[in-house]
Design a protein around this ligand. Sequence first.
Ligand code: GLY
Length: 471
Amino acid sequence: MRGVFDPDTYRARREALARAVPGALLLVPGNAAKAMDFRANQYPFVQDGTFRYFFGLDQPDLAGLIDTETGDAWLFGEATGIDEAVWLGSRPSLGELAARVGVTRCADGAALAATMADAIGRGRQIAWPPPYCAEGMVTLARLTGQSLARIAASANAPGNLALVRAIVGLREIKSAAEIAEMEAALAVTARMHHAAMAATRPGVREHEVVGRFEGIMRAADLHFAYQPIFSGRGEVLHNLRYDRVLAAGELVVNDSGAKSHGGYASDITRTIPVSGRFNALQLRLYETVLRAQQAAIEACRPGVRFVDLHLLAARIMVEDLVDLGLFRGAVDDIVATGAYALCFPCGLGHQIGLDVHDMEALGEDNVGYDGENRRSALFGLRNLRLARPLRRDMTVTVEPGLYFIPELIDMWRGEARHAGLIDYDAFDRLRGFGGIRIEDDVHVTAEGGRVLGPPIARSAHDVEQAMQGDA
Ligand code: GLY
């Protein structure tokens, strides 16, 4: 079965989880199929990352149960009926699916409901990863007898929090096989980005380029890991519109990545000069961002706090922006006060794995922060998704950027915010510049960050060269 590791992998993961949360019954629901506009017309299925990590399977409407008292694991789901066989084709039996991921006990949804009712009746401690979509909440409410409101608020309930911490501790360390999955996704993503560079030129509509690289991905039988960003208005951090005609002289931000057959995400951003050459100011700022990215990648070592890498990248960019006259005063002050967030209002990156923002469904603070590293209240820095120290074999994105956002410049100028540190007239001259983001997926090793996947044109020169390639 494509994209599934060997049964021992899942057995070992479940055993590790059982050791970390002893004495509990752990309910791990998979995702349900989601209707688009009527029940039988469904969105492409995306499995829940935690279910896939412990139970491996990519089919909808399954649930896993791990009894950490006995060490037993079950897979629950419905047998296929004749209607499904007629319309969709038959699929392996539940028993076959279970065996594929090292589970020997399986039963239908009614048995799951009965098992849960029995456990609740006996006062067993039950825990589940917090749900993030309506279907998951309804399923949990039905199985646990709790109200939807309590289920929605259950992320930080004591039993669930212990489970969440245990899941994060396991999922954030990537095995060689997981890294290989990410690199398989990146091999296709590299081709997508190079095709996008070759297809970008004045007069082309954004969606025409998106269609071009989406075609490469679908021909490889992959799907996006997230909705792609491809925009000449790259200062809008997550611009999801593709309807502009690209104009000479502007920059396009292409933030897009495929998921591997095993469900592992890639998340790559490149910034492309529509004319085929960066102009002098674009080149200067592009190289500023690239320098910041390179320094942060090299510093990605076990024990280094990701927040310090964010601040390192900010500092490197601010040094150049002071030279360019956008900021004034001491670099330390511009970084410490958060004044730099006028043009870098987001975080340096996040963990990546089965989810593009890996495990953030379990609570962003539960993944990126801990007792010693609390979220900042400063504008910009408060958007940092990961602050705590890196661990060996984590995988993270490193994605500094510079963004010239007219609305934000107007707002801060109106408030005279950090007025002693910012030359607002200089920022005004960059209205319409757009944005620059450069992002790679990085494996944290003892020697520093290793950029995953094949090389994807990144220096200004290589991007310009790739634009001469075959579209
Ligand atoms: N690259 C898209 C995101 O990080 O949300």
